[in-house]
Design a protein around this ligand. Structure first.
Ligand SMILES: [Zn+2]
Ligand SMILES: [Zn+2]
Length: 383
């Protein structure tokens, strides 16, 4: 009896001890959980109300789930689409910035392949990979592509990367690529996609209308793809100088030279095989139609304001067989190609960054990008 009592006492003691250990374990787990959920420090984010009204605000640092990461933004590019007020007005107020690079500040328990302190580029949109569009390679038309986003946006000290973006399109940046350069992965991806859709072949002649950052990236890519000759047109001399540096055989200012004549003269009177319109205005599209050869391709890369319409005669289109090929955004396929071209040094686009601003000066960064004349790529830094 005594023995039994002693024995059951020992069992009870052991059980209690086990309980104690698991309680301690649970408490620890709970503390880690609470810590990961309550990164309560406020952070700065730049809220867009309109093109001329952007405010730096204190907002809560996003909390991450166990399959998400939190990134400390280091650099974020200002994109042409950030300057399209008609596109943003209905969604304002919001935090913009979809060309971000930074450092992983926190990661959820279930995140694999990334560690705290990893340097990363994050793509804000990712496709579902299973819908009709995705199965046909039209990833940027997928509903989920439009619904996914980083939170609150790139123009903030930190942003949260949802699980699907972590899995599909968060890329580690090699050490020799700066954060600033990494912000160009997204725009380079957009250009790669547009040229892929046009099926550019070595020896094809290309005309790039507009020599802003994306026009120049197209120029550099066209050179890599073996296109020849490459024509670039822009109204600003400073940009044409860049175009020559980036591989243009002919950098033409339509104010002083006749683009159409030059393109025809250099292509046996035909016109360019591929025309990429990167300037968001009707004039640019008219010029593009003018310099495209019969059976050629016109890449619609820059949207105009919604009120603008091009008049196209189906009869002329029928007989000329000109193909109009729009390209919106970039998928995970092209961001990888972009990173690969950039990390191997095949594509050097860092020079495109002409202006840098601190996070609290994001309003100024936008004004500079809008002004346009002496700027190509404007980047906001958080250092
Ligand atoms: Zn962009
Ligand atoms: Zn899909």
């Amino acid at each position: 009896m005594v023995f039994l009592r002693l024995s059951s006492f020992a069992v009870l003691k052991r059980r209690l001890r086990k309980c104690e250990i698991s309680r301690k374990h649970r408490v620890e787990k709970f503390q880690v959980f609470v810590q990961s959920r309550t990164f309560e420090r406020k952070m700065k984010a730049v809220v867009y109300y309109s093109q001329r009204n952007m405010r730096v605000k204190d907002v809560p640092t996003p909390r991450i789930e166990e399959d998400e990461i939190l990134v400390n933004m280091k650099a974020c590019g200002v994109c042409g689409s950030d300057l399209m007020d008609w596109y943003l007005r209905s969604r304002a107020p919001l935090v913009l910035g979809h060309e971000p690079a930074g450092v992983v500040a926190r990661k959820g328990r279930k995140v694999e392949g990334f560690s705290v302190n990893d340097r990363v580029f994050v793509h804000h949109h990712v496709a579902c990979m299973t819908c009709h569009y995705c199965l046909h390679g039209d990833h940027t038309l997928c509903q989920k592509f439009h619904e996914t986003n980083i939170e609150p946006g790139g123009f903030a000290e930190y942003f949260k990367v949802p699980a699907s973006n972590v899995r599909l399109d968060t890329l580690k940046i090699p050490d020799h690529l700066s954060f600033e350069e990494a912000t160009l992965i997204e725009p380079v991806g957009c250009c790669i996609r547009a040229l892929r859709k046009c099926e550019v072949h070595a020896g094809d002649s290309i005309a790039v209308i507009g020599a802003g950052a994306t026009g120049l990236i197209h120029t550099a890519l066209a050179r890599i793809y073996g296109a020849s000759p490459i024509f670039v047109s822009d109204l600003i001399g400073f940009r044409l100088d860049f175009a020559r540096k980036f591989g243009a055989d002919f950098a033409i200012n339509p104010n002083s030279e006749n683009l159409k004549d030059i393109v025809r003269a250099e292509t046996g009177g035909r016109g360019a095989d591929v025309v990429v319109v990167t300037a968001p205005n009707l004039e640019a599209y008219k010029t593009g139609m003018d310099v495209c050869r019969k059976g050629g391709k016109i890449s619609v890369f820059a949207p105009t304001i919604p009120e603008d319409h091009l008049q196209i005669s189906p009869k002329e289109l029928f007989f000329s067989e000109v193909k109009i090929i729009p390209s919106y955004s970039t998928s995970h396929l092209e961001t990888r190609s972009a990173l690969s071209l950039m990390e191997t040094g095949r594509l050097r686009v860092g020079e495109l960054v002409t202006h840098r601003f601190r996070l609290k000066e994001t309003g100024k960064a936008f004004a500079t990008a809008l002004e346009g004349r002496e700027s190509l790529k404007v980047v906001v830094l958080n250092e």
